[in-house]
Ligand binder design. Structure first.
Ligand code: NAD
Length: 472
């Protein structure tokens, strides 16, 4: 089966239209939802270290204003173009809606290869881009809140915040103008591992649904499930880490230089350290090498997590994939042709739009922290510990039995910021799973979980527009 070529935004529209058929909304309203509300094209000059002036091409797209602020990362990549930023902004609208994060979708992009610029040049580009966004009212805690994406991280978010604060002195909620910041600048604990943890929570929840597991012929639960992960970067590493911690067997890990397999289960942290030390995932003690990385995707396993790149599973290799569950850690790892194949075969594909929403969910917690000006747990930690201690003391007095040190520590523990962030993320992923699955159950003609997720997203956005009376 050969794969057709769509523009990225065209592919998002195609998935949207496929799902829209299962909703009751009229075409005008649906058209309003799928369009990008505002597209900002920027060209601005920066001075390179050698004194030359370079004109930089950049974008910020606000896909939907049904809720504000808009939210979405900023990407630094040589391939950035308007179509791509529009597609990613649209996906953010649906992603936020699915996990009940009250933002419209947004995305930003600067067309540069960050490896070709010095830190000083990147700082000038980021600061100039931010001041352009400020001038056009395209950034602010109540209007549009960027975050990291490809090629950007905590460092760039700090520059954005600093530029914003210096141009908007005295704005008390300024820290909420951007998320993914370092902790010292108002970031939140747990943000770094959030996407991988969300991938784990979402997959685990699907594995806890009896009718789905029955259909797949798998036992309920995550324990002993055989997992293959492609990509040992931020998303893949943390997802693999949490699968292993929960008792699943990570039987293979794939990187671009090759893959390793061990049916007994790999120690993710040890593999990560081995790669750091030797520069390659290959030749890990006790594991078998696979030279061609893509072959790892075709291994016999229960759960496959592509967490590296887009379009890695397509019409050509989909028929050779043996996994019963595919969890999209990366954005867009499956082509529409692969989707059609798995829908027919009955393989469960847990869609990216929902499964990798852990990052934006925890960004939402960071934004709330910034607006409330207080660290999570600061007010209740000590109080909870005191109450728990009194309860435990009473119980020990009544029963005449003493708890051991480990149990005492567990029971007494009042929540830290990271505990609350994990708990909020777990709750979010569990609720979202059931919303999508219920939509699917209510309409068995829906071909796959991705379409069901789109149906949920479209219905929520459309309901808001309808209730606002914009479409009488
Ligand atoms: P990353 O750069 O940290 O990790 C990607 C990893 O994939 C790297 O280790 C890289 O070496 C590896 N890789 C590259 N080519 C490969 C190949 N051919 N085979 C196997 N491995 C290969 O990036 P990330 O942040 O983990 O993002 C990965 C994907 O997840 C992207 O699609 C991204 O858009 C998506 N995503 C990331 C986040 C986040 O919070 N980081 C959130 C949502 C979605």
């Amino acid at each position: 089966m050969s794969d057709k070529h769509y523009s990225f935004f065209g592919a998002v529209e195609r998935s949207f239209d496929k799902a829209a058929r299962f909703t009751k909304w009229d075409s005008g309203l649906l058209n309003q939802i799928r369009q990008c509300n505002s597209v900002l094209q920027l060209r601005f000059p920066i001075k390179r270290d050698n004194g030359e002036i370079e004109v930089i091409e950049a974008y910020r797209v606000q896909h939907s204003h049904h809720k504000t602020p808009c939210k979405g990362g900023i990407r630094f990549a040589a391939e950035v173009n308007q179509d791509e930023v529009m597609a990613l902004a649209a996906l953010m609208t649906y992603k936020c809606t699915i996990v009940n994060v009250p933002f419209g979708g947004g995305k930003g992009g600067i067309k540069i290869d960050p490896k070709k610029y010095s830190a000083g040049e990147l700082e000038r580009i980021t600061r100039r881009y931010t001041s352009e966004l400020i001038k056009k009212n395209f950034i602010g805690p109540g209007t549009d809140v960027p975050a990291p994406d490809y090629g950007t991280g905590e460092r760039e978010m700090s520059w954005i915040l600093d530029t914003y604060v210096s141009m908007r002195p005295g704005e008390v909620d300024a820290a909420g103008c951007v998320t993914g910041k370092p902790i010292t600048q108002g970031g939140v604990r747990g943000r770094r591992e959030a996407t991988g943890l969300g991938v784990f929570y979402g997959t685990r929840e699907v594995c806890n649904i009896p009718d789905i597991m029955n259909k797949l012929g798998l036992p309920i639960g995550i324990e002993n499930k055989r997992v293959v992960v492609q990509g040992l970067g931020n998303v893949g590493y943390w997802a693999a880490h949490f699968f292993q911690k929960a008792g699943a067997k990570v039987i293979a890990l794939a990187e671009y230089e090759g893959a390793i397999v061990d049916e007994k289960g790999l120690d993710v942290e040890a593999v990560f350290q081995h790669r750091k030390k030797t520069g390659s995932i290959l030749d890990y003690p006790g594991a078998t090498n696979i030279k061609k990385s893509t072959e790892a995707l075709e291994l016999d396993c229960d759960i496959l997590i592509p967490a590296a790149l887009e379009n890695v599973i397509n019409g050509e290799n989909a028929p050779r994939i043996k996994a019963k569950i595919i969890g999209e850690g990366a954005n867009g790892p499956l082509t529409p042709e692969a989707d059609d194949h798995f829908a027919k075969k009955g393989t469960i594909v847990i869609p990216d739009m929902y499964l990798n929403a852990g990052g934006v969910t925890v960004s939402y917690f960071e934004w709330l922290k910034n607006l409330s000006h207080v660290r999570y747990g600061r007010m209740e930690k000590r109080f909870t510990e005191n109450v728990n201690s009194s309860i435990l003391n009473q119980l020990e007095e009544l029963t005449g039995k003493k708890s051991n040190d480990h149990a005492r520590k567990l029971i007494m523990h009042g929540p830290d910021e990271v505990d609350l962030v994990y708990s909020g993320l777990e709750e979010t992923m569990i609720n979202a799973t059931h919303e999508i699955m219920n939509a699917w159950r209510e309409n068995p003609a829906i071909p796959d979980m991705r379409t069901a997720a789109y149906v949920v997203a479209i219905n929520k956005v459309a309901t808001i527009y309808a209730e606002l009376g914009i479409f009488p």
